[in-house]
Design a protein around this ligand. Structure first.
Ligand SMILES: [Zn+2]
Length: 412
């Protein structure tokens, strides 16, 4: 048996939130701890209070509200995402997961359904990591991955401190920013931000995990010289070595896995002058794949390619690790709940790995977790063209709601 959420109200609520920080280009500019963030938080508070719920705000601005269950000893099921956006981002990223959770709570109220476990909605602070870094900051603090005091001191590019901005918008709460108890499960609905569901003609993604990644950097040390009188065979050009590696990073993924990706996103060239042979170049490289082995192999290839490129060009080189994130496998219990809900609802679905990080990846280190994905048109996100049809948004929200119900009131 499935419990449908109200499609029209859900769509209207999505449209309502999209007006707060809405851009002329049909997107959303709602940076973490901005005035727009305050406004949407106030709006969410109103929606939850209308349901008779009490909103808790923790020291890091994460917002929670709980609808009690029938069993006073049962651990809560956490459902939600984030309401902040990228600069001139889309209206679905994050908001879909919060509105989906809100609509679940409203449906329970409408239908007078008492779940066994409490259901708790969450709006995480600063998931996007564009104004303040790192991304997924609120959930990271909450699970103890990051230190609260350290994160308070992070600043935006104008030098504003996180903690001052949190105070300014009135969302520095007094509840400790850490779990106060065990949780039964956490579920997050999000747009896919990649093209696979659309390519496979599916409406719902049952997310089984999050890809791992490795970020590293290679620096080449050549010799600066006048670009006029220096013959070609005299040169030790650090940029030529880097360029070799850049093309290899593009080729490595196709030799490893079907969904392996590799990127050089940053290059620093010294002295970066039109008339001087570059003597120092730092380039980052990164790989993602569901398999940690594949990520490891890709990293080794990048290091080996760096060595070969340095040899060919006669330059010195070194490399360093920047960051490593192991892939996450979501808990069977939660994946099964999402799968069961999507099947019961009759939606075309497939199991999928997330190629991007999410609050849910943090939560999976603390409790059983899974996600629901809705297709992204052309795989686009983090810009105003981000688009998911209302039909697909609705199917995602309905899947989320029914997956949460499966866990909150288990059928023996
Ligand atoms: Zn997001």
């Amino acid at each position: 048996m499935t419990v449908p959420i109200d499609r029209d109200r859900f769509v209207a609520t999505m449209q309502e939130q999209a007006e707060i920080g809405g851009t002329e280009g049909g997107g959303l500019h709602r940076l973490a701890l901005s005035d727009e963030d305050r406004e949407v938080r106030d709006w969410l508070t109103d929606q939850l209070e209308d349901l008779g719920l009490t909103v808790r705000v923790d020291e890091f601005g994460n917002m929670f509200a709980r609808r009690e269950g029938t069993d006073p000893d049962a651990a809560p099921v956490l459902v939600g995402s984030h309401l902040d956006s990228q600069p001139y981002g889309g209206i679905y990223d994050g908001a879909l997961g919060v509105v989906g959770a809100l609509e679940l709570l409203r449906t329970l109220e409408d239908e007078d359904i008492r779940t066994e476990h409490p259901i708790e909605i969450v709006n995480w602070t600063n998931e996007e990591g564009s104004r303040f870094q790192p991304a997924m900051q609120g959930s990271g603090v909450w699970i103890g991955e990051h230190d609260l005091e350290e994160q308070y001191e992070t600043t935006d590019e104008d030098g504003n401190r996180f903690v001052d901005e949190l105070e300014r918008i009135g969302y520095r709460g007094d509840v400790p920013a850490e779990p106060q108890e065990e949780y039964e499960a956490a579920l997050e609905l999000h747009i896919e931000q990649g093209p696979y569901l659309e390519l496979d003609d599916k409406s719902v993604g049952v997310v089984t995990g999050v890809v791992g990644f490795y970020w590293g950097a290679t620096t080449f040390y050549g010799e600066a010289d006048h670009s006029g009188p220096t013959p070609m065979h005299y040169r030790n050009d650090a940029l030529v070595a880097a360029a070799d590696v850049i093309t290899q990073i593009r080729r490595i993924p196709s030799t490893l896995g079907e969904r392996t990706v590799g990127t050089v996103g940053y290059v620093d060239v010294e002295p970066n002058s039109i008339n001087i042979i570059p003597d120092e170049v730092t380039m980052t490289w990164g790989f993602r794949d569901p398999s940690d082995d594949v990520v490891e192999q890709a990293k080794e290839r990048a290091v080996a390619e760096s060595e070969m490129a340095a040899e060919r060009e006669g330059v010195d080189w070194e490399w360093e690790k920047r960051m490593r994130s192991e892939s996450v496998d979501f808990a069977d219990k939660c994946v099964d709940a999402v799968q069961g809900a999507a099947d019961d609802l009759g939606y075309d679905n497939e199991q999928i790995y997330s190629g991007a990080g999410h609050d849910a990846a943090h939560l999976s280190k603390f409790c059983d977790t899974s996600m629901v994905f809705a297709p992204s048109e052309d795989g686009k996100s983090h810009n105003e063209d981000e688009y998911t049809s209302w039909e697909d948004c609705y199917k995602g929200a309905n899947t989320l709601a029914n997956a949460a119900l499966r866990i909150a009131t288990p059928v023996e």
